[in-house]
Design a protein around this ligand. Structure first.
Ligand SMILES: C[S@@+](CC[C@H](N)C(=O)[O-])C[C@H]1O[C@@H](n2cnc3c(N)ncnc32)[C@H](O)[C@@H]1O
Length: 264
């Protein structure tokens, strides 16, 4: 078998379907928009992302699945225009609140889904898709980004395809089929004749920094659903066995930052 025989776009679609994470409706994000604003925009993620961008000669940016404008809003002061695209109307409200809080008036909200027609959207210098690529068809998403970026596309996607340390899922007997790993994206790009750059942004685990076991168990339940007494007991043993590991919440979350030059 040759590498060129492998249809990575198809493998991606199959793994996404297998992961069973059905496409969330926009209303699911609407409900959490205000709560998520602080969580998404605090910490070092945005600064780490932006530090890796080449903004030489860049005037316009399309931020896809922008949420509160984690990437687009802090950049708006340095650019002529930032388009924040999201399918959640509440997220776009929060985007505009965040823009006002940053004192910028050049952020344009675009109510649109990945899967919609984008033919009326402008081609910007840069397109960004930050932590927003839970799409069923990655090859189609890449084509859309390429069509709307002149200079460069920047995308982050989860390493390993799981938000919480798989060891904890295994401990609870709740292993989940992962989202497609970042390596599918690299291979899809390769099969399109695009050779991306690759870097990583590491963030503390979602379970990091808990004060005690009760808080830890609560966060685990938020990710996995209600825990049964025997699951709680196994988790308690894991928590007690290594206090330093428990403080870190297990393995950190790693995002692959993939960036490339779109074909002309
Ligand atoms: C995890 S948040 C990321 C927000 C921001 N880009 C960041 O990195 O903090 C994912 C965002 O993608 C949006 N989103 C999810 N599925 C989408 C879709 N099919 N079309 C457009 N936006 C979508 C959600 O509404 C949400 O704002």
């Amino acid at each position: 078998m040759r590498l060129s025989d492998v249809d990575f776009a198809q493998l991606y679609r199959e793994q996404m379907a297998r992961s069973g994470r059905a496409r969330k409706p926009a209303s699911a994000w609407d409900e959490r928009a205000r709560k998520l604003r602080g969580r998404m925009t605090s910490g070092t993620y945005a600064a780490d992302f932006i530090a890796r961008m080449d903004l030489e000669g860049v005037e316009t940016l399309l931020d896809v699945g922008c949420g509160p404008g984690t990437i687009g809003v802090p950049l708006a002061r340095r650019l002529r225009r930032v388009y924040g695209l999201d399918y959640s109307p509440m997220m776009l409200e929060v985007l505009m609140e965040n823009a006002a809080a940053h004192g910028v008036d050049n952020v344009v909200p675009v109510l649109r889904a990945w899967e919609d027609d984008w033919s009326d959207l402008p081609r910007c210098d840069i397109a960004v898709a930050s932590r927003s690529t839970a799409v069923e068809d990655m090859a189609a998403a890449i084509e859309k980004l390429n069509a709307h970026a002149r200079k460069r596309v920047y995308m982050t996607t989860l390493v390993g395809g799981q938000f919480v340390d798989p060891e904890i899922a295994a401990l609870l007997g709740r292993r989940q089929e992962p989202f497609p790993d970042y390596i599918y994206v690299v291979n899809i790009l390769y099969s399109m004749g695009i050779h991306p750059r690759l870097d990583y942004i590491e963030l503390p685990s979602r379970l990091a920094g808990t004060r005690d076991f009760a808080e830890f168990a609560e966060r685990v339940a938020w990710s996995f659903g209600e825990l049964q007494p025997e699951e709680l007991e196994r988790l308690r043993q894991w928590y007690a066995a290594d206090p330093e590991r428990s403080r870190r919440g297990g393995a950190p979350m790693r995002w692959a930052l993939i960036d490339w030059e779109p074909p002309p």
